[in-house]
Design a protein around this ligand. Sequence first.
Ligand code: ZN
Length: 160
Amino acid sequence: MNFETLKYFSVSSDLIRSTEKELKTAGKSGYELFVLWTGTISQEGFVTRSMHVPRQTSYKLNAGLCVRVDGSVLHELNRWLYEHQEFLGVQIHSHPSEAYHSDTDDAYPIVTTLGGLSIVVPDFCQGGFFSPGTVAYRLQPNGWAELGPSTFRSILHVDP
Ligand SMILES: [Zn+2]
């Protein structure tokens, strides 16, 4: 599977709200959180059908925050995807302040499919999913490439 040719990713506003709720709840306790969107391919786009909050361990380190998802959890997710005929297309995670792809984010993504999307939400999502500081990246053969705000808005279709 290759997502490089997909022209958009669609998601329902319900799933956006659920994602915001998860990120904010974790943030209230001072933790970053990873949320995953899975779905199906339709014509030229990725259609998000399900949200997952994989079991994860969050650490508060002196150097900052860190989240780890065990291999066994990813294995479970892959089995679920196979059974439901869905694909992992988008990962979303929160940062305590500024949103960007850290070296760790680049090195240990959960989405590893070319053309997949990674969204980072600032301020533990206190300003909402579409805060002006939210950034998005797409996985290219040479690594994660940041999308400009207008490209991000045009690639992510939110269904009412
Ligand atoms: Zn990060």
